[in-house]
Design a protein around this ligand. Structure first.
Ligand SMILES: [Fe+2]
Length: 382
């Protein structure tokens, strides 16, 4: 099998990396920027650290209506503003939703059509409007992935658009911008990054290069997520978490994901469950299901998450991984059942019907039947 490794984004990581925006604007001779963000970012007072730098470099317009699980409607609204101001660069400030919205707007700007036209892989033929991604959460990895995920409001489903053009050109990862992130969002986005790393590590598409990245991301999250949640001002832990989500992003962009990400889409589309929260509920159950198919790797994950596996057989060490994940999720105070986040158990079979054709199910380490998918969802209610 041939392995293709793609990482088209220039990455700048470290405190004050936001200041690199000045050099980018000057070098590229950008005259006008459209900033895509959400109201939470505006209220948290994060934007001036960017706009103060832009003041004398270029004109800028702010679109602050990005929503979690970004919909086609939000994309259309942002694109109408794009058509009015005709910017030559998009600056996404926020979590995955801001970055995914920016990618979708960038696609429409240079490829025309409607966003649903690009559903799938490699449908985006022309390079998109340049994007500077400024993540303010450490989780999605969207700053370095070649995909965007859009929520279709007509069919009530989430779909991906992927391909080499569907990427930010620059990613500025400044831990200072994540200091005000509340504990529950730090926790949920951090567990999303952990899910990326574990699913990339155990995926059927994983190989040495992606494994190296996934292992490092799992280690960093195991060592730093609790600190980032409980000591929000700890800039070192914040930077390590940004680094972890970035590395996990590069890993899963190449090794892909698995059952957690297949099963979490209907939870977001139908019940509005935040992506990271959905993953945190699914991860222990999916890991338990996958365990027999990847014993050696799960034994390593248990160790990376701090379990003592000395003198354990591979089986014994692997079994500790579920406990390690559960302990982390409980420690960072995330919900543990789907009932807690308002999901109706009666919707289980319909949710399985919605995700059963997701190609991630085929690269998950253990092949799941329809009945097994139903059972995994049901397990999430106990
Ligand atoms: Fe994710």
């Amino acid at each position: 099998m041939l392995h293709r490794f793609l990482t088209p984004t220039e990455i700048i990581l470290g405190k004050d990396s936001i200041k690199e925006i000045e050099g980018i604007i000057e070098r590229e001779n950008f005259q006008s920027a459209l900033i895509l963000t959400d109201k939470g970012i505006v209220q948290a007072g994060i934007l001036p650290s960017l706009t103060n730098l832009l003041e004398e470099k270029c004109t800028y317009t702010i679109f602050d209506e990005v929503e979690p699980n970004p919909t086609d409607r939000v994309v259309e609204k942002a694109f109408s503003l794009f058509l009015k101001v005709k910017p030559d660069v998009l600056i996404a400030v926020g979590g995955g939703s801001s970055m995914d919205t920016a990618k979708a707007v960038g696609i429409l700007a240079t490829n025309g059509g409607e966003i649903i036209d690009f559903k799938g892989i490699d449908k985006v033929k022309a390079p998109i409007t340049p994007i500077v991604a400024v993540p303010t959460t450490a989780g999605t990895g969207s700053e370095v992935t070649t995909t965007t995920v859009i929520n279709d409001t007509k069919q009530i489903l989430k779909y991906s658009i992927g391909g080499q053009h569907v990427a930010a050109r620059w990613a500025l990862l400044d831990p200072a911008l994540t200091l005000t992130l509340p504990p529950h969002i730090t926790a949920a986005t951090g567990v999303d990054a952990l899910t990326h790393a574990i699913e990339a590590y155990t995926s059927k598409k994983s190989y040495g290069l992606t494994d190296t990245l996934a292992v490092q991301a799992i280690r960093l999250i195991g060592e730093n997520l609790r600190t980032a949640v409980f000591e929000g001002n700890n800039i070192e832990a914040r930077q390590k978490m940004l680094e972890a989500s970035l590395i996990a992003g590069i890993a899963f962009n190449n090794a892909k994901l698995g059952l957690c990400h297949a099963l979490c889409n209907p939870l977001g589309a139908q019940f509005g469950v935040a992506h990271g929260v959905a993953n945190s509920i699914l991860l222990p159950r999916v890991t338990k299901f996958n365990l027999p198919a990847q014993l050696k790797k799960y034994a390593i994950v248990a160790q990376l998450l701090g379990e003592n596996t000395d003198n354990c057989s591979v089986n014994e060490a692997a079994e500790k991984v579920v406990t390690a994940i559960e302990k982390l999720i409980i420690d960072v105070q995330l919900p543990f059942t789907l009932g807690e986040v308002g999901v109706d158990q009666k919707a289980v079979t319909q949710m399985v019907d919605e995700c059963i054709d997701n190609p991630l199910i085929d690269i998950n380490p253990r092949k799941a039947t329809r009945d097994e998918l139903i059972q995994i969802y049901k397990d999430c209610f106990h």
